[in-house]
Design a protein around this ligand. Structure first.
Ligand SMILES: *Cc1c(COP(=O)(O)O)cnc(C)c1O
Length: 228
């Protein structure tokens, strides 16, 4: 199936999800997660109207952003873990960063964005499931992460992001989406932190029902990921 066809299926799923959740049509932004997929696959999605793309690895993001710099208004979202020594690369190429998870990376990104004369919208990644192996700050550390972002004039805290524990049944993710939303409501609410980045190919409906404003969808748009 073509990327154009898959994309229109995902858009249709999003519309239905918005409608059944009583959300305004078009209020959820679709971020097409293109990690491991080629620049030509991204061009195909772009030609079908997609503008927002998500990448997980700083070098891959940089390579693709350069290769696709001829595409006007393509918007890059960094959705993978960021090591401090990659902060400069990310600040150069990402328009949004979903994965700030503590003071160290906040300071480094803030410094790099300032040097580039940019203001970067960022989200705090929260490990709502409290899983050992997952990135993201624990809910208890959210205040610290937000304060660190607040201390960086070149960063703007716009919301929260999460990757829930894996469950085969997409309904299993819903309590974690709800937890992220409650956490946001406990930290200033939607007025202060308007964005919730949650929901992927198999569970975007539940995320939209719980208030997602950004969904990160890879496989349902580009097909199975090739080996890296
Ligand atoms: C890969 C990835 C996605 C996309 O997952 P799919 O199941 O392919 O839709 C979303 N979010 C993050 C953080 C990812 O790493």
């Amino acid at each position: 199936m073509s990327i154009e066809r898959r994309l229109s299926q995902v858009r249709a799923r999003l519309s239905v999800a918005e409608e059944s959740a009583g959300r305004v049509a078009g209020s959820v932004l679709l971020v097409a997660v293109s990690k491991f997929h080629s620049a030509s696959a991204i061009r195909e999605a772009y030609a079908a109207g997609q503008r927002h793309f998500g990448e997980n690895y700083p070098q891959e993001l940089a390579r693709k952003a350069e290769e696709l710099s001829d595409l006007p208004d393509i918007t890059w979202h960094m959705i993978g873990n960021i090591q401090s020594n990659k902060a400069k690369l990310v600040a150069q190429h990402a328009h949004w960063i979903h994965t700030v998870d503590g003071p160290v990376i906040a300071r480094e990104l803030g410094k790099r964005a300032a040097q580039l004369g940019k203001t970067l919208p960022v989200l705090v990644e929260v490990n709502v499931g409290g899983e050992q192996q997952k990135h993201g700050c624990l809910p208890d550390a959210l205040d610290t992460a937000l304060a660190a972002i607040g201390a960086e004039p070149a960063l703007q805290a716009r919301g929260l992001m999460t990757v829930p524990p894996h469950t085969d049944d997409p309904a299993g993710a819903v309590p974690f989406f709800a937890a992220l939303r409650r956490l946001r409501d406990g930290h200033g609410g939607a007025g202060t932190l308007p964005e919730l980045s949650m929901g992927m190919s198999h569970d975007l409906e539940g995320a939209v029902a719980e208030g997602a404003t950004l969904v990160r969808v890879g496989t349902a748009i580009f097909g199975e990921r090739p080996a890296r």
